[in-house]
Write a new protein. Structure first.
Lengths: 433, 385
């Protein structure tokens, strides 16, 4: 029988959560100081395959409009900004991250968590998402910040790998970014410092990969979607710093303890699923509870790999700092991989993380993720025989979340999954008799 | 002499019935030739031609195609052309093609390339990542290497190498075609009474469905006919149209816009097929010349992001240069690039005091009353202002 949402709610608050609060608090203070006191130079960047190492090497401040937009959504403060953008001519059908951010950018740049500075550099790391190009092009028109399009060729070769020409092109562009940062800061790049930062990134990525492989355990020690996405802020804002490394060391230690204790995020793990697509930030808790009441735990997620995909063997190499950053941007994140590579990533998750089902959360805003997910469902159900649920809402715009409808779909899905499990058990028992 | 009227009566009906009919028929008459589909916006068609194949513009399914399968693969918020293209494939209507190529124009089009690869394993499916860094001196090396990769794919498809001279000859041929198309557009901008947008559209669109060797003579005869026209200008407002660079509006909609009282002096229909502002060099390294053309000699496009100038500059310039009185933004529904562009266009047009009208369309639409009323109201407000 399904438990009620209340009893299934998680209440785990370990060291890592306190630490996260502390280091992210410091990060947002730094962001606010840059905005309000002109202390430091902000570099606007995008999450997908971000080259944050370069920004840290110049002691500039990475600012991610996506993080600002999603924080607004989580704090249920996004809608007025979205509507402001729509008044300016943005369409109902445009990505709501962009609209919330444009509304914020033109509307004082004050949020409940930080004041957002004007950018010294608008570094458009075009990693997969075409909307990124529009987004930063628009911000550049709304201020005087210098814009640079860091163009990352998409993974299109059947090998799934970048060509030597792709890598050379990206490395040349990274050198141009370095020259721009040198001009902006008046400092030459300290290569030893960059190497140290890239080494820290390598260690951090490795810890993150270890953490994410712990959910192969049964029961899974944490939810590799709902808990993983909250660990993404330190991964992107603080990767390559001592603070960031310390956070992931603590997180790994605590998660390993949970594995040893055999404890998980829910009182009982009854279903293991893989989830594809970004979360509905404005209703994150509600959404989580809809799964929790079924004892369903996400053991892997594609969304937690947008900024980087470390769990299949990639590690930043301090001896080849620029090549290594280029490889990360080109190949080692889900957004720059083609749609069929994503099918393959999900297939591996289902197999290697022992999942029972796939849940596809299709969001209107992010067509990079969502366009064609009906074909993905077709592949997993028809070709692989994996029970697959496709539900729709949005990652930012609260107007697209219909709780009753989503609840019905999730309930019906897990009910049938439960039935299927029971039938399989009976059949298996019958076979041994 | 072939007149524009006779060309329209020959080609308009098949274009409206099933846009790819002309190319599919051509294949029936040339069974030994290979055809490669080109999804919008731009493709280096010269390379396909140099390989001895025919490039075909796969630019949607028109408004008579029923979408019965593709809407279970692509969601309701994805534009029509993505779904109609897949529907054409799933119903066997692209079987006459040997290959199809997609481009980095937007996220749904890119995912569509992967969906094609999975669903049509016998078809050669490729994808070009066009560069978005227009300022780096290294971009040209990258794009030339991307074209080289594509050239290798085409060579594998035909089983014979593409020689540099073959490619130079193809570039020269397409230069001629593009020159004639530029002339067509120049006439529309200067004497719109002598050439309607529907006429120029059909003349251009058929060029995406036949080899350039066949299209060029048709264009030449049409131009001779048009140059002899001496129509009296009507009392209409002059506009430039922007936003329809990928999915195409039905011909009846274009006709409605004109009938409502507009001379459309310029537009961005089928933009990729007239991509260059001038001839591509035919001496030297032809792949590099094509790459240079893309980066330095091509038209403005909402899918090519050039950080060196404000987004709306080309549009404002176009209005000023043609002497248009207004801008018409005609964007495909759910087309994220065009819808984003509109926010910046609106801002710039208002700042410049240029009136504009924003309309959304879908290729599959077949009722035009609403669009017609909107444009009529707009025209009246301009005429009696």
């Amino acid at each position: 029988m399904a438990q009620t949402a209340d009893t299934a709610k998680t209440s785990y608050q370990g060291q890592m959560h306190l630490l996260q609060k502390e280091i992210m608090g410091r990060y947002f203070e730094r962001v606010t100081r840059a905005a309000e006191q002109g202390d430091g130079k902000a570099v606007f960047m995008l999450i997908s395959g971000n080259p944050v190492e370069l920004v840290h090497a110049f002691d500039m401040i990475p600012v991610y409009p996506e993080i600002d937009a999603l924080q607004l959504a989580v704090k249920k403060a996004a809608l007025p900004f979205i509507q402001k953008a729509e008044e300016l001519g943005y369409s109902m059908d445009n990505c709501a991250y962009v609209k919330a951010d444009v509304g914020l950018f033109l509307g004082g740049r004050k949020t409940p968590f930080a004041t957002i500075p004007l950018p010294s550099l608008i570094l458009c790391n075009y990693v997969g998402c075409n909307v990124y190009l529009q987004w930063f092009e628009h911000l550049a028109e709304y201020c005087d910040g210098k814009i640079y399009n860091l163009d990352i060729p998409f993974m299109r070769d059947p090998s799934g790998k970048p060509s030597p020409e792709d890598i050379a092109y990206v490395v040349h562009q990274l050198e141009e970014v370095i020259a721009i940062c040198e001009e902006l800061t008046g400092k030459k790049l300290d290569w030893d410092k960059l190497k140290r930062i890239v080494a820290l990134s390598g260690e951090t990525g490795e810890l993150w990969a270890k953490i994410k492989s712990l959910t192969k355990h049964i029961p899974s020690p944490f939810d590799n979607y709902f808990d993983s996405v909250t660990m993404m802020a330190p991964l992107y804002c603080l990767r390559g710093t001592e603070d960031g490394l310390k956070f992931f060391q603590t997180a790994l230690r605590e998660m390993e303890e949970k594995v040893q204790m055999g404890s998980g995020p829910l009182p009982e793990e009854r279903f293991r699923f893989v989830i594809e697509g970004p979360p509905p930030w404005p209703y994150l808790r509600t959404f989580r509870d809809l799964f929790a009441k079924w004892g369903a735990v996400a053991v892997a997620s594609t969304y937690s790999t947008v900024g980087g995909l470390w769990e299949f063997g990639f590690k930043h190499d301090p001896n080849r700092p620029l090549e290594s950053i280029a490889e990360h941007m080109l190949q080692w994140n889900v957004t720059n991989r083609n749609f069929l590579q994503r099918y393959e990533q999900i297939r591996r998750y289902i197999q290697e993380w022992s999942a029972d089902a796939l849940v596809i959360h299709s969001v209107k805003s992010c067509r990079l993720f969502s366009a064609g997910q009906g074909d993905m469902r077709e592949y997993f159900t028809k070709e692989l025989g994996i029970p697959t649920l496709l539900i729709e809402s949005d990652l930012e715009d609260p107007r697209y979340f219909s709780e009753a409808q989503i609840k019905n779909r999730i309930d019906a899905f897990f009910e049938s999954l439960e039935h299927r499990k029971l039938t399989h058990k009976t059949q298996a028992a019958g076979a041994t008799l | 002499m072939t007149t524009v009227e006779s060309i329209l009566s020959r080609y308009r009906e098949p274009l409206e019935n099933f846009p790819l009919e002309l190319a599919a028929d051509w294949k029936k008459r040339h069974a030994d030739k290979k055809l490669v589909g080109c999804y919008p916006v731009y493709h280096p068609v010269d390379l396909i031609h140099a390989a001895g194949m025919v490039p075909v513009g796969v630019i949607g399914g028109g408004n008579r195609l029923e979408i019965a399968h593709a809407d279970s693969r692509f969601q309701s918020f994805v534009c029509s052309i993505v779904k109609s293209t897949l529907e054409l494939g799933l119903t066997g209507r692209l079987d006459f093609l040997d290959g199809i190529v997609f481009h980095s124009i937007c996220d749904p089009a890119r995912n569509l390339g992967s969906v094609f690869k999975r669903n049509f394993p016998k078809l050669m499916v490729d994808y070009i990542h066009f560069p978005q860094n227009m300022t780096s001196p290294y971009t040209i090396d990258y794009l030339a290497s991307e074209y080289l990769r594509l050239k290798t794919s085409y060579e594998a498809l035909t089983g014979r190498p593409i020689k540099d001279d073959d490619l130079r000859r193809s570039i020269a041929l397409f230069n001629e075609q593009r020159r004639l198309l530029r002339e067509l557009y120049a006439i529309r901008a200067e004497q719109p009474e002598n050439l309607s947008t529907v006429e120029s559209y059909v003349l251009l669109r058929i060029g995406t469905l036949m080899p350039p060797e066949e299209h060029i003579p048709i264009l030449k005869e049409a131009l001779a006919d048009i140059r002899a026209r001496k129509e009296k200008p009507k009392d209409r407002i002059k506009v430039v149209l922007e936003g329809s660079f990928c999915e195409q509006p039905p011909l009846e909609l274009i006709e409605s816009l004109e009938a409502a009282g507009c001379y459309i002096l310029d537009d961005d229909f089928l933009l990729g097929w007239r991509w260059f502002l001038e001839d591509i060099a035919t001496d030297g390294d032809p792949l590099r010349n094509l790459a240079n053309g893309y980066l330095r000699q091509s038209v403005y496009s909402g899918v090519k992001h050039d950080t060196r100038e404000p987004k709306a500059k080309h549009l404002i310039d176009k209005v000023r240069e043609t002497g248009a009185a207004a801008a018409l933004i005609l964007s495909a529904k759910f087309c994220e690039p065009a819808l984003f562009d509109y926010a910046l266009y609106k801002r710039a047009l208002e700042k410049e005091g240029i009136p504009h009208l924003f309309l959304e369309f879908e290729e599959k639409m077949w009722i035009f009353d609403k669009a017609r009323t909107e444009i009529e109201t707009f025209v009246e407000s301009m005429l009696f202002d």
